[in-house]
Structure formats: structure tokens, C-alpha cells
Design a protein around this ligand. Structure first.
Ligand SMILES: C[S@@+](CC[C@H](N)C(=O)[O-])C[C@H]1O[C@@H](n2cnc3c(N)ncnc32)[C@H](O)[C@@H]1O
Length: 360
């Protein structure tokens, strides 16, 4: 789809999948973060009009409604939730304002503003004026531009300095790849990446890797994971990139990704939208996980906790879903794994906390 010029446009299947990921992740993030924080910020940097042609909600409404309809909302009353929506198009911003006002009165701990400005301007203003308490506010920044302009690595780094800050962002890899040698666009790409190294890189995979690396090194988001969005014609349009410093955050985002893509937890294709999973029994192909575990731990004695952490951080798989029954149990059954230490009474094929094993 060409970049829309109207104030409201058609919702494409991959945009719906993006909203599903956002909804699923926020559904997990709100109650976890509210348990520890008295103030939380959701910043939607490229907010849009809040509604699509078919009446589906845009990202600001997805974020608000996920909180307002959350079962745990009554337990989150002592946390203040601030929603900052930034939209530089006056008509879209006005429509967004109307859509949010139509929700009606919100609980007193939920505040929102629509800023008619650019992402970079608002973030620069906020971070320049921020005192130590503002700088430490737990923030989830959703950064969802149409293209490659207006997203500055320095602004993201300034916004997400504090430990509990996270990023969920649309990285328009196809546009980057297409325009990376175009003089008029390279200044925007320099700011997007925060380096000129992309000029020596080509191909989607390596460009995404470089961007992920920059988020780790320049912003300090230790864990960065991307989810691919594929158009009807099979072409990759963008990656959704999640960055966090929290292992819990990695787990919750991977759970969301596996719900949206039950086969691989890594991509959504418009062509396959609405079709059932390839794996009819709901078990994805875990051969890759087994191979990664063998490559990493072969011949060594290793604890179940190390295997769980490795699976979470270093692979596409989920420890809670794919490790014990799908891989370790069958490895033990066929003699590829020997349990060397476990609590008394452990049943074969189970791996309670403290279990140690050797992978052969
Ligand atoms: C991809 S759309 C956002 C869609 C919305 N996040 C959603 O999921 O429903 C990008 C929006 O960003 C706005 N925009 C473009 N440049 C901007 C900038 N520099 N700062 C803020 N908003 C911008 C556009 O007008 C457009 O409405």
C-alpha cells in the first residue's frame, strides 16, 4: 500500500497483526509494571487518527482499551498511567482527540494527551526538561512511522535511559534497503541508525541486525528481538523490533509473538492471514531448538535453569512451551540426554528445578 494521504485509511492484515502483538504485550506489561511502579508512561510516537476505515481501533485506542478492559485494572489504582500520543498531521490528531473523548470519563489514575507535533520535537522537549524523577519513569515507547524519516536514535536513547524503559518499533527495512544510497534520504538514515555503517550493508537481514545492534549499544536495550511482516506478494515490508532490559519483557513479547505466529513465533504474512497453523497438533518444529541446545551444551553438565535461560534469550523458542516436553523429554527417551542429578522421586521425562543433565 502506498503511504496514505487521507486522514483515515484501510487496515491491512499485517497492521491488525501488529495491533494484536501490541494488545497481547500490553495485556501482560501493564499489571507487571504496575506492581512495582507508581507512574508509567505509554508514548505513541506516530499515533495516527485512532481509527481505520472499517472502524477498527488504531494503536492509541488499542493501548487505552487494553488497560481499561483489563481484569486487573482495579488492582492497578495506585499507579498513574500517562498516555502521550504524538501525531504531526492536524486532521489526524483532531480525529484521534475525538476518538479518545468518545470513550468518556476515564479512571482518575489514567491521563492522556494528544500532541500535534513531531516525535523528535516532543521527545527532545520532554527529555531536556526532565528532572531525575521524570527520567526514571517506566516507559514503553511505540514508534510506528510510515517510512524512515523522523526517528532519531539519539532521541530514542534519551527517552529510554531508565532501566524499565522499552521500545516497540516499526523498522521499515524495505524502504531503508531501497533508499540507502539516495542522497536525499541518507541524512534521515544516518539519524535513524545513529551511525553511517548501514551504508556498507545491504539486504534486509543484515540491515535489521545492524539496527538491533545499535539499539543494544546506543540505547542499552540488552535484549532486542524482531518480528517480520510480509505483504500479500511475499515481500517483507517491515520488522517490528522490541527492545528491553528485562528478561520478563522478553518472555512476554515472545509469548505474544508465538500467539500471532503459532508456527515459528517470528513472522506474519498477509497471504496466510486467517489460515490455520501448519502444525495441526499445535507443536511447532523444535528440531532447530534441539540443534541449538546440542551445539551450545554438548558433553557438559548443565542445569535446567541454564537451558531455560538459553532458550529464552538465545533462541526463537519459549522455555515454558517448547523445552521440556517437546525436546528434553524425547532426548531422554532416546538416550541423547542423561540426568545426572535431580530431586528424589523425579519421574523420567520431567525436569523440575535443580535438575542437572548431560547432553550427549
Ligand atoms: C503508520 S501511521 C501510525 C499508525 C498508528 N500507530 C496505528 O497503529 O494505528 C504513522 C502516523 O505518523 C504520522 N507522522 C508522520 N511523521 C510524523 C512525525 N515525525 N512525528 C509524529 N507523527 C508523524 C502520520 O501522519 C501517520 O498518521
Amino acid at each position: 500500500m502506498a503511504t496514505p494521504t487521507a486522514s483515515v485509511w484501510t487496515l491491512e492484515p499485517h497492521t491488525r497483526a501488529k495491533h494484536d502483538l501490541l494488545r497481547l504485550y500490553l495485556g501482560a506489561w501493564y499489571p507487571i509494571i504496575a506492581r512495582y511502579e507508581t507512574r508509567v508512561l505509554f508514548l505513541d510516537g506516530f499515533a495516527g487518527p485512532g481509527i481505520y476505515k472499517d472502524g477498527s481501533p488504531g494503536s492509541p485506542l488499542v493501548a487505552l482499551q487494553t488497560l481499561l478492559e483489563h481484569n486487573a485494572l482495579p488492582d492497578m489504582g495506585s499507579t498513574q498511567f500517562d498516555f502521550v500520543f504524538i501525531e504531526n498531521d492536524t486532521e489526524r490528531a483532531a480525529r484521534l482527540q475525538e476518538e479518545i473523548e468518545a470513550i468518556g470519563a476515564l479512571p482518575p489514575n489514567i491521563h492522556w494527551t494528544v500532541n500535534v507535533s513531531t516525535f523528535d520535537n516532543v521527545v527532545r522537549g520532554m527529555t531536556a526538561a526532565a528532572g531525575p524523577s521524570e527520567r526514571s519513569v517506566a516507559t514503553l515507547a511505540f514508534v510506528d512511522p510510515f517510512g524512515v524519516k523522523g526517528v532519531d536514535m539519539d532521541a530514542i536513547a534519551a527517552l529510554l535511559q531508565a532501566d524499565k524503559c522499552e521500545l516497540f518499533m516499526t523498522f521499515m527495512v524495505d524502504a531503508v534497503n531501497r533508499w540507502r544510497e539516495h542522497d536525499g534520504v541518507t541524512p534521515h538514515l544516518d539519524r535513524l541508525f545513529g551511525t553511517q555503517d548501514y551504508r556498507d550493508v545491504s539486504g534486509h537481514g543484515d540491515l535489521v541486525k545492524l539496527y538491533e545492534e545499535q539499539l543494544r549499544n546506543r540505547v542499552g536495550l540488552h535484549y532486542v528481538r524482531s518480528f517480520r511482516m510480509i505483504r500479500e506478494d511475499g515481500h517483507t515490508v517491515y520488522y517490528l523490533v522490541h527492545g528491553t532490559r528485562s528478561e520478563k519483557g522478553v518472555e512476554k513479547m515472545k509469548e505474544a509473538m508465538w500467539k500471532v505466529d503459532p508456527d515459528n513465533g517470528a513472522a506474519f504474512s498477509d497471504r496466510l492471514a486467517g489460515q490455520v497453523s501448519l502444525f495441526v497438533d499445535g507443536t511447532p518444529n523444535v528440531r532447530q531448538l534441539k540443534a541449538q541446545l546440542i551445539a551450545q551444551f554438548q558433553g557438559r553438565v548443565v542445569g535446567i535453569e541454564d537451558l531455560q535461560r538459553f532458550t529464552l534469550i538465545e533462541t526463537d523458542f519459549l522455555p515454558s512451551k517448547h523445552l521440556k516436553t517437546a525436546v528434553l523429554k524425547s532426548m531422554e527417551e532416546c538416550g541423547e540426554l542423561e540426568v545426572v542429578n535431580a530431586k528424589a522421586g523425579r519421574r523420567r521425562g520431567t525436569f523440575p528445578d535443580g535438575t542437572q543433565m548431560r547432553i550427549s
